[in-house]
Design a protein around this ligand. Structure first.
Ligand code: GTP
Ligand code: MG
Length: 393
């Protein structure tokens, strides 16, 4: 392997003397022979021009077009990561990086290497993660309209709705971070969703995140991004890391609508001059039952995240401080009892008719709904309790 570091005399930018390397520029690479030599050369030139003691680490994902040799020839240290994926490449690159600061950018010449010192400056003045923001400076042909006007706004919107990071361009590939925050970030994803994971984890860990406007140029070489597959991987990641938005909110809404509709039918309340009948009640009861089930799954997901994934979850913490297994059992038993009472009412009506024809369909659906919800609450309470038996925290 070739000499990795670009070294200059004189310690600048407040680097502690024990660090030989101040800046590691980490570049993920999968078959980027058209660009990789130029990327490494430009990165080294910028480090050198700005007296930044640095290294260029290229994390290669099994390229078969000679990219690793080209990167080495240009003066990079090449790390070989056999597992495919943008995230895998970065995890390998981070593990090999020696700098106090890490700069991330693609091997496709879409980002300006001359922006690197601006990112480092932000890190030196207190930022822990610096995100590029391409949105106001996207050059013609640099980003397909599907990504610019559909994919990016939707994914960034969902990410900020769920996690309130406040980051404008959450999928920008040019970033910089302090190497010492990597332990707290505890990044794990292997694909393109790594970009989202880093922003979400940084926000959860309350890192100081700053944004820097940058230019985004058309790519050299072939894109490795698959719009739908990678878009879905991002969305899936966002959903499974937010049980509140995946389960609790939709389940709660379903339950409320279902309960309201059921009550309206059972109480024979007029809606726009008409009364809803049995079919509406069946739909309402179904919504209410499914809603409770979904909320219960959400609570289990919150419990799992808190107990075993080290998630900080103030809402769930408040819930578990306030409610115990017995509260759930009492609530479930009360709902079940209400269902039984409605059943008795039906039985009495039947008896009064001399056990003849019975047409208490509305009450029967109500009794069934209450019984199902009661049983769901009882057993879900036990399941949440079981999840906490061997909790880690
Ligand atoms: N998708 C993907 N990218 C990888 C992989 N390994 C390394 N990369 C590199 O990760 C960087 C990001 O991939 P790009 O194809 O540029 O994806 P993008 O920036 O989202 O999309 P473009 O706008 O086309 O540049 C590039 O430098 C790739 O060479 C891998 O296994 N999969
Ligand atoms: Mg790119």
């Amino acid at each position: 392997m070739s000499t990795p570091e670009v070294t200059r005399e004189g310690v600048r930018h407040g680097a502690s003397p024990e660090h030989d390397v101040l800046v590691s520029v980490v570049i993920p690479c999968l078959n980027e022979a058209a660009n990789i030599h130029q990327c490494v050369a430009r990165a080294r030139a910028v480090l050198s021009e700005h007296d930044l003691r640095g290294e260029v680490v290229v994390a290669d994902n099994g390229s078969d077009d000679g990219s690793p040799a080209l990167a080495e020839a240009a003066g990079a240290r090449v790390v070989h990561e056999p597992r495919r994926g943008y995230g895998s490449a970065y995890l390998a690159g981070f593990a090999a990086a020696q700098g106090e600061y890490i700069v991330m950018l693609d091997a496709d010449l879409t980002y300006d290497f001359s922006d690197i010192p601006g990112f480092i400056e932000r890190l030196e003045t207190g930022a822990e993660l610096v995100m590029g923001d391409r949105m106001d400076n996207i050059h013609p042909g640099a980003m397909p309209w599907l990504h610019r006007y559909v994919g990016n706004p939707i994914l960034t919107g969902v990410l900020n709705l769920f996690f309130r990071t406040g980051v404008k361009d959450a999928h920008c590939g040019m970033r910089a971070l302090r190497r010492d925050v990597l332990g707290r970030l505890d990044l794990r994803t292997t694909g393109m969703e790594f970009a989202s994971e880093m922003v979400i984890r940084a926000s959860k860990e309350e890192l100081a995140i700053e944004e820097v406007p940058i230019e985004y140029h058309p790519r050299g070489g072939e894109s490795k991004l698959s719009s739908f597959r990678d878009g879905w991987r991002h969305l899936r990641f966002l959903l499974v890391h937010s049980p509140t938005h995946l389960f609790i909110v939709p389940g709660g809404v379903m339950f409320l609508i279902g309960a309201l509709v059921s009550l309206t039918v059972v109480a024979q309340i007029d809606v726009f001059g008409r009364q809803w009948q049995l079919h509406t009640l069946v739909a309402g009861a179904l919504l209410a039952v499914v809603g409770v089930q979904v909320v219960a799954l959400g609570l289990c997901a919150h419990a799992y995240g808190t107990y075993f994934m080290g998630e900080r979850d103030p809402w769930f913490d408040r819930m578990r401080a306030r409610f115990r297994l017995e509260h759930g059992l009492l609530l479930g038993a009360a709902v079940l009892f209400a269902g039984a009472v409605v059943g008795v009412v039906i039985f009495v009506a039947w008896a009064q008719r001399g056990f003849g024809e019975l047409s208490e369909q509305r009450l029967a659906v109500l009794a069934a709904m209450l019984a199902i919800v009661g049983v769901q609450i009882v057993f879900s309470s036990f399941l949440i309790s079981i999840l906490g038996l061997r909790r880690v925290r």
